[in-house]
Ligand binder design. Structure first.
Ligand code: SME
Length: 169
């Protein structure tokens, strides 16, 4: 078997794994509208798919404070409970509505270190079918530069399919 660059995974293999994962997630969630169930399933199935993901989960927009994220379903070590819009990587994604790919979290201004092992991360904003921000999907790796445009593209596709549909509530 070929050596994976940077102990990670070869791009073609990664693409195939994401494609299979997207189908599996869609199959498991077929007919399930509950938002918590949908987030918990995505967090669990993502965590099980890639060895170098050590934290996968959601921060959701707090209903009582729409400028704050509160932790939602996740897999991994203890995450911080609340993140203000604009703070850290998750807060930047929530504030801008733009995906954040961070090769080295220690070089990111205001990064919130929930776990010292976190080395790189990707955060994808999550929108509902009306285009409103529901929260963000946060995936952390213990390896630097773990995420690239393949991860960005697939995670956006998965999040769009799972949450930007009418019927998810
Ligand atoms: N690293 C994140 C905080 C959340 S945890 O990593 C689970 C950030 O700076 O947004």
């Amino acid at each position: 078997m070929a050596e994976a660059f940077n102990d990670l995974i070869l791009p073609a293999e990664k693409d195939e794994r994401y494609a299979a994962l997207a189908d599996e997630i869609a199959a498991v969630l077929d007919g399930e509208p509950n938002l918590t169930a949908r987030m918990a399933t995505v967090a669990s199935m993502l965590a099980a798919s890639f060895d170098h993901f050590f934290w996968t989960g959601f921060y959701v927009v707090d209903a009582d404070n729409p400028r704050e994220l509160v932790v939602g379903p996740y897999q991994g070590t203890l995450g911080c409970l609340r993140i203000a819009f604009g703070r850290g990587v998750c807060g930047a994604a929530a504030e801008t509505g733009q995906i954040q790919v961070v090769e080295d979290v220690h070089a990111f201004p205001g990064h919130i270190a929930c776990d010292a092992r976190s080395a790189s991360e990707i955060v994808v904003p999550v929108f509902d079918s009306a285009g409103g921000l529901i929260g963000v999907l946060d995936v952390d790796s213990d390896q630097k530069s773990a995420f690239d445009e393949v991860d960005a593209s697939w995670l956006q596709t998965i999040v769009h399919k799972v949450f930007s549909i009418s019927g998810a509530a």
